[in-house]
Structure formats: C-alpha cells, structure tokens
Design a binder for this molecule. Structure first.
Ligand SMILES: Nc1nc2c(c(=O)[nH]1)N[C@H]1C(S)=C(S)[C@@H](COP(=O)(O)O)O[C@H]1N2
Ligand SMILES: [Mo]
Length: 439
C-alpha cells in the first residue's frame, strides 16, 4: 500500500462529529490522495486474453444502414434510456402543464443535447409558424414596431453558453429525499449555446425612453405566460434567441424566438415570444401574484426573486449510475455539475464523509458565467460506505448552504430556490441512495 492510499483510508474512517469549523475546512493531506497516483490505469484487474477482439464483430460481417437512412440523425438504439422523464406528482393532473426532466446522469460535458433539454410548459408545447411569427415592441419607445422573424434576424447576432433552471428544481426533496434518482432530484436545468441578438442592441435602435424601468415579456402560447423584468437586466445581458446548439430553437424551447435572461428564474425566459412592452411601472401578472413568489418562514412572500442560486450536484455516481461493478483498488471519477445565476463558479468542494472533511475538486473544460461547470475528483475505491456531497462557490461570494441552514433562512413552505448541498450515500456494495445530511 502506498502512503497516499493509507491517507485516504484513514480519513474515510475518521468520522469526526460535524462542527462549523470542520465544515469549511479543507484537508490538504486529503486532497493529495486524489489523482496523484502511481499509474493512470483505472481498473485493478485488466483482461488481456479476450478472444472476441480477434474475430469479426457481427456489425462488421454485413453492410450497415444506408448512409442517408436518417435525414436528421438519431442516437444509437442502445442509448434508448437517455431520455427526458415526467413524473405525475409534478404535473397539474395532465401532461400539458408539467415538466419533462433532463437525464443528468447520462450527460457529458456542459452542453445539453437539444432533444434532452428540460421542458417546463404551462399550456403544452406550442407550434408557431415562423412565417406568421410577429414580435411587437411597444410602450416607452421612440420607434415602436412589429418585427417579422426575418427582420429580427437581421440584427447582429451573438452566441453564448448559458444554463436555464426552473426555480422549482430541487423542490421534490424539500422535506426529505422523495425520489431515489438524480433525474427527478435536479433534472429541471439544462445548458445550451444560444444564438440571438442582445436586447440592448434592439433597444438602442428603437430608442428606449429614459423613463422605462420595466419590460413586460409575453408568450403567444395557450398559457399566456407573462413576466415583468427590470430594465437593468434587459440592458445588461438579456437576449432574444432563435438558435440552440447550432440549429433553430426546438419547439419545446419556444421556437422560433424566446427571451433569454442569463442566470435568472426559468419562468422569466418567456418562450414563443409575442410582445415586449416598456413602462415605468411593473405589471403584477398572474405569474407574479399566484405563482413564483417565495413564501418565507414568517408567512410573508418575496415578490420578485430573480437570480438562480449557486448550486451543484454529483452526477456520477448517483442512484442511476451506481458503483456496483467496482473492485477495491479501482480508480474512479466523481463527476458533477455546478452553476450559479449570479456569476462564475470558482470552487467546488467534495466530501466523501457526509461533510466532516472537504477537498477541492478540479474544474474541467470551459468555466463560464451563468453556465454549467463540470467538476471532477478521482478516488481509489476502498469498498467502504461513503456519503458524497458537493458544495459550490461562485465569484459573487455565494456558497451553497446546508439543508438546515437553508431551512433556518427560508422555512419549508416556499418551494422555489432550493439549492442546498445534496448527498448520495454509496453503500459498501456500490449501491447509491439519495440521503439528507443534517448539519
Ligand atoms: N410562453 C411560455 N414561456 C415559458 C413557459 C411557458 O409555459 N410558456 N414556461 C416557463 C418556465 S416555468 C420555465 S422553467 C422555462 C423552461 O424553459 P424550457 O422549457 O426551455 O426548459 O420556460 C418558461 N417560459
Ligand atoms: Mo419554471
């Protein structure tokens, strides 16, 4: 046994009582046991005598599909489980007002494929004829007008990677672990590269009145979704988008044009956009009176609660991706996603022991503001029960709270903005369960 493996085992069994000091402490020794290892081969027992590899595979003995079989390509039939899922508990009694969730356990990198982007709609998925699409911009503007899609697309475009998250994401576990899977625990967020025009570019052209303090965004779908947005956000990074990961927006995402408010509550990102109105007063739409207020412990509601909080989740392992095939000594990556609607992820810490000790994970690939950020930490499997947690910090100084801390602050009545540190228990046989860790 090398010195590093020993350190690892010692800390795993050293289950100190939780204290506030420990909670924020990072163990330098512990982090050295990660990655730094004698060899990079991840599997302890390798198979060097497999015979099949010397023979022709079944798919090589005959011609494959015609090259043009699919005018629009589809995933391998073996990937049939990589699909969005709806749960009846989360719908309003039908499949028109519900949410179809992203399978994060099967996601690679930080971009959600368009067919897997979560879909939260209140009146079904509308199908808008792009020829008949019109966008009305009016109110406190020098040049109010109605644009066709072609006209809108003549504005100079930009492409940016941003996540969208429904503020109800995570609400299924508000009072305890309700679902033993990742998909229903955190599946109401996805991340894409969006193409469109900055709203500021359009407004510079149309002459926004200095008296304009609010913008109303209204959808053309059956739900008539409408939200009031402060002008500062509109002029900061808001976009009108028509492109999603290199192709036109999908119907589920609001084809042909949606509003994108990077990092802010999903419901503000109005899909199937129809109208933008500018005013000196807010509107108090039905979405702002009957929904999307944040009920606090004292019984009062917070009216507007815009940015999505700093958040993270370990996506591998998770209940859907257990470690049941590992042998003691195998190296394995703990991988996950972190994001914040307030800025850029700076740090993700991992705990293997339910929050007694924390180590810093490495951030992989692109690290962008208001976008998913992939984190990674490699350990050597010792066959011992663990409680895995991830905790992210952003450059605005926000840190993911413990469940108890969050409940202390906002109570248990409000269903939105639930971003506590979430845990997976890995049993000694490698099975993974959703657990709540008190601290
Ligand atoms: N017009 C319209 N816009 C809408 C909605 C809707 O029902 N109608 N749902 C909102 C909600 S609640 C969320 S969380 C996001 C979800 O975006 P997505 O379906 O593209 O993931 O869209 C928002 N925009
Ligand atoms: Mo939402």
């Amino acid at each position: 046994m090398t010195k590093k493996e020993k350190t690892m085992n010692e800390i795993t069994i050293n289950n100190k009582p939780n204290s506030r000091r420990n909670f924020f402490k990072k163990s330098a020794v512990y982090s050295m046991s990660a990655i730094a290892a004698s060899s990079i081969v991840p599997i302890s027992k390798l198979n060097a005598d497999e015979v099949e590899i010397t023979q022709k595979a079944p798919w090589g003995t005959k011609l494959g599909d015609l090259v043009d079989k699919y005018a629009y390509g589809i995933p391998s039939p073996y990937e049939h489980n990589n699909v969005r899922r709806v749960h009846d508990l989360l719908s309003s009694g039908d499949r028109y007002a519900t949410v179809s969730m992203t399978p994060h356990h099967l996601q690679e990198g930080i971009i959600t494929p368009n067919g897997l982007f979560f879909n939260r709609s209140h009146g079904g998925t509308a199908h808008v004829d792009p020829e008949k699409f019109r966008l009305m911009l009016h109110g406190l503007l020098e040049k109010p007008l109605v644009l066709t899609l072609k006209q809108l697309k003549r504005y100079p475009s930009i492409s940016r990677i941003y996540f969208i998250e429904c503020p109800a994401n995570g609400s299924t576990g508000w009072r305890g672990p309700q679902f033993n899977n990742l998909q229903f625990v955190k599946g109401m967020t996805s991340c894409a590269e969006w193409t469109g025009v900055r709203l500021k570019t359009v407004l510079d052209d149309l002459g926004l009145s200095p008296n304009a303090k609010w913008m109303l965004a209204e959808g053309s779908d059956n739900s008539e979704m409408a939200r009031t947005i402060p002008i500062e956000k509109v002029l900061d990074d808001a976009m009108l988008v028509w492109g999603q990961n290199g192709e036109p927006l999908r119907p589920e995402q609001g084809y042909p044009v949606r509003l994108l408010l990077p990092g802010w509550e999903g419901n503000l990102n109005v899909k199937w956009l129809k109208r933008l109105e500018f005013s000196d007063k807010p509107w108090h739409t039905k979405e702002e009176t009957s929904k999307y207020t944040m009920l606090q412990a004292n019984g009062k509601g917070i009216n507007y609660f815009w940015p999505m909080e700093v958040n993270s989740i370990i996506t591998s392992p998770c209940p859907e991706v257990p470690w049941t095939d590992l042998e003691v000594g195998d190296k394995i990556e703990i991988s996950g996603l972190a994001w914040s609607g307030r800025g850029t992820i700076t740090t993700v810490d991992i705990s293997l022991d339910g929050g007694n000790n924390w180590v810093e994970a490495s951030l992989k690939g692109l690290i962008l503001p208001k976008a998913w950020t992939r984190f990674s930490y490699i350990i050597k499997w010792d066959g011992k029960k663990k409680v895995l947690l991830s905790r992210s910090i952003d450059d605005s100084g926000h840190i993911q709270p413990s469940i108890d801390k969050l409940i202390e602050n906002v109570g248990v009545e409000g269903i939105y903005h639930r971003n506590p540190i979430v845990g997976w228990e890995v049993k000694s046989n490698g099975e993974v369960n959703n657990v709540h860790v008190r601290s």
